[in-house]
Structures are given as structure tokens and as C-alpha cells.
Write a protein that binds this ligand. Structure first.
Ligand code: PLP
Length: 360
């Protein structure tokens, strides 16, 4: 099966048409159209697109009133943008380990990290997965402990909870990223979704210098410029049409890898609920990881080490015991995962992996 290129004729056509039309360049009608497409797809009342999936998290926290000295529970396994987005506000990420099979926050470990300063949980749906304990338990836990729930769903467009809600729509605010290589990309870009009118209004204001109304220069709060552009929105609109096909293809790729590698000692793929969720990357634990990476490179196959535990990053150096994120830091590997991979490509990658482990 041959997939379309990431950016193809659809993106070129819509951009050319737009440039011929009297373009506005910064965010306007095309941005509104892109926002509507996302809101409809995920089933949220509001979608606000912003410059990227890091400032979207900062904006989410700002819109919820999180500020200097507040504490937010964040997984110790995630992309560094999740905690950094809070540091931007002077808030403190409190790291908690993840579940070994879903790589999402382990709810059982959160309670003992709560203090009077804890304001929120930032739940990251790692690689499109949801926590094993179930999203309802997270929602209940937040209500019981008076915590706000922010969903960092940067890796999860195209993935749903088993109850049918799109990942990112269970929290007060959900955040997505469109940086390359996300399932859809506008080069850079992010989106926030919410069902709360007040929060949506607040986010729109904060991303536009705190203007009390679009286009004026009256400011009742301090805001920033986290806006989008209509040029990116043109690409996003074309990309959204490809989303269902890509989500489906990612599931098929994952299944193929799983099948091809099921009897290989030394490599184990994490599980995925393929009925509801679509993997972003093919993630696994690999024995002799560095030697495997070199062997793959020698065969012109790219791979990538999964995120190291955040508490061990020099930027954080945070105390604590995090066995699951440590294990990912030691053995976690992303295999080639692009939607354009053919079935033949997957077979080839897996045969090189088999060759590597049989030679040990
Ligand atoms: C979980 C997570 N959060 C946030 C981000 C940041 O998004 P962006 O690169 O659009 O700033 C990423 C990017 O990969 C991510 O994976």
C-alpha cells in the first residue's frame, strides 16, 4: 500500500488558491475553518489554535489560573515540553512515574505527592494511549481532590477513550501539537480544546496580547502573542482530510510490527488498544539497544531513543525513584513509524532486527 506524501498536491492547491484570493496571512478565516474542523473531529465545543504544542500547555495552565509556586503533577516519562510549559509560569512540575504498559501517569502513585500547593494534573496520553486505570478514575480523583485536569494530547490526535470521547476532551482543557512528525502537521502549531465557554474566551484573549476584543488595543489582562497564521491553517485544513486514513494506517503498521516481531527474544512492543487508539510511533523495549541502533543504521534504517526520564535531565535533576521511566530510558526505542512506510518496508526493518538478535 502506497501512502500519499506528507505534504502533497492538496496542500499546494489550497495554498495557491488562498494566495490568489486576497490573503490575510495572520490568523483569520482559514484559521477559523481549521479550528472548526478540529473541534468537530474531537467533539469539543471550542478549539483555539496557537503557535505550537508547548505554548498551548502554558496557555492552558494560565487560563486555569496556575501561576508561580503552584504544583502540577506531570509524568516523569514525557516530552520535555510538558513540564517546561509550567516552568514558563514559575509553576513547579511534580514528577510521578508512569504505568509500565501504557506509559501514562500511574494514578496509584499520585496521592502521596499531593500537597496544599497542588493545583492540577497534566495527563499525557503517551503515544495515543490512555491510563490503564481508566480516564473516569482520573476525573473522579481530580474532583475528589479539587484538582484541575489538563490533557497533554500532543501525541493523540486520532485516538479515543473506550467510552467514545476523543483523548484530550476529558480534561478541562486538552492540548494538541502539529509539529512535524505528528499525525497531521502544519510545520509548527498547536491547539487547545475545551467545552467551557469562559475558558475558551480567556484562552483567546491570552493568546492575543490580552486584548479585550480582537483588533483593539485595550488590555485588561497581560497576554502574549501565541497566534497562528492562515498560511499554516491552509495546510492544516488539507491535512485534516488525511487524518482518518493516517490513523488507520498507523494501526496497521503497529499490527504488522507486532506480528513480525512477536517471537523475537530481545524486543518487546508495548501494547495498544487498536480498536480505539492509533499509535503515533512504534515504541518498544530493546535489549542491547545501542548495538541494535548501530546495526539498523548500518542497514540505512533510522530509529530513535525514547525520551529519557525527566528527573535525570540536567535541566531538572529531581530526586526520587522512577523505575518505569528509568527502564524506558535504558531500553526504550522508537522504530520507523512514518505513515508512508510500505508493508514491504516494515518486513525489511523486522528482518534486520531478527538478524541482529539471532546473531547475538
Ligand atoms: C507530549 C508532548 N507534549 C508537548 C509537545 C510539544 O509540542 P510542540 O513541539 O508542538 O511544541 C510534544 C511534542 O512532541 C509532546 O510529545
Amino acid at each position: 500500500m502506497q501512502m500519499q506524501p506528507l505534504f502533497g498536491v492538496e496542500e499546494k492547491n489550497i495554498l495557491l488558491e488562498y494566495l490568489n484570493e486576497n490573503p490575510f496571512f495572520t490568523e483569520y478565516k482559514k484559521t477559523e475553518e481549521f479550528e472548526k474542523l478540529i473541534a468537530n473531529y474531537v467533539g469539543a465545543k471550542h478549539c483555539i489554535v496557537v503557535s505550537n504544542g508547548t505554548v498551548s500547555l502554558t496557555l492552558a495552565a494560565m487560563a486555569l489560573g496556575i501561576s508561580y509556586g503552584d504544583e502540577v503533577i506531570v509524568p516523569n516519562y514525557t516530552m520535555i515540553a510538558s513540564p517546561n510549559s509550567l516552568k514558563f509560569l514559575g509553576a513547579n512540575p511534580i514528577f510521578v512515574d508512569v504505568e509500565p504498559d501504557t506509559l501514562c501517569l500511574d494514578l496509584n502513585q499520585i496521592e502521596r505527592h499531593l500537597t496544599p500547593k497542588t493545583k492540577a494534573i497534566m495527563l499525557v496520553s503517551a503515544n495515543g494511549r490512555y491510563p490503564k486505570s481508566g480516564i473516569n478514575k482520573f476525573e473522579d480523583f481530580c474532583i475528589k481532590n479539587n484538582l484541575l485536569l489538563i490533557e497533554d494530547a500532543a501525541q493523540s490526535l486520532g485516538s479515543f477513550y473506550p467510552d467514545g470521547r476523543h483523548i484530550g476532551t476529558a480534561g478541562l482543557i486538552g492540548s494538541f501539537s502539529f509539529s512535524t512528525p505528528k499525525i497531521i502537521s502544519t510545520g509548527q502549531g498547536g491547539a487547545l480544546v475545551t467545552n467551557n465557554d469562559e475558558i475558551a474566551k480567556n484562552i483567546r484573549k491570552l493568546k492575543d496580547f490580552g486584548r479585550s476584543k480582537g483588533g483593539n488595543d485595550i488590555h485588561d489582562v497581560i497576554g502574549f502573542n501565541f497566534k497562528f497564521t492562515d498560511l499554516q491553517a491552509c495546510i492544516g485544513i488539507a491535512q485534516m482530510k488525511k487524518l482518518p486514513e493516517r490513523a488507520q494506517r498507523k494501526k496497521i503498521l503497529f499490527e504488522k510490527y507486532k506480528n513480525e516481531l512477536k517471537n523475537v527474544d530481545g524486543i518487546s512492543l508495548f501494547n495498544h488498544d487498536l480498536q480505539n487508539t492509533s499509535p503515533w510511533f512504534i515504541d518498544c523495549l530493546a535489549e542491547n539497544r545501542n548495538a541494535l541502533i548501530q546495526f539498523l543504521t548500518d542497514h540505512q534504517i533510522g530509529s530513535r531513543i525514547m525520551y529519557p526520564p525527566i528527573n535525570k535531565q540536567l535541566a531538572y535533576l529531581y530526586p526520587g525513584n522512577f523505575p518505569v521511566s528509568d527502564l524506558i530510558g535504558e531500553k526504550g526505542l522508537w522504530l520507523p513509524s512514518a505513515v508512508q512506510l510500505t508493508d514491504h518496508d516494515v518486513k525489511r526493518v523486522c528482518s534486520v532486527i531478527r538478524k541482529f538478535y539471532s546473531s547475538l
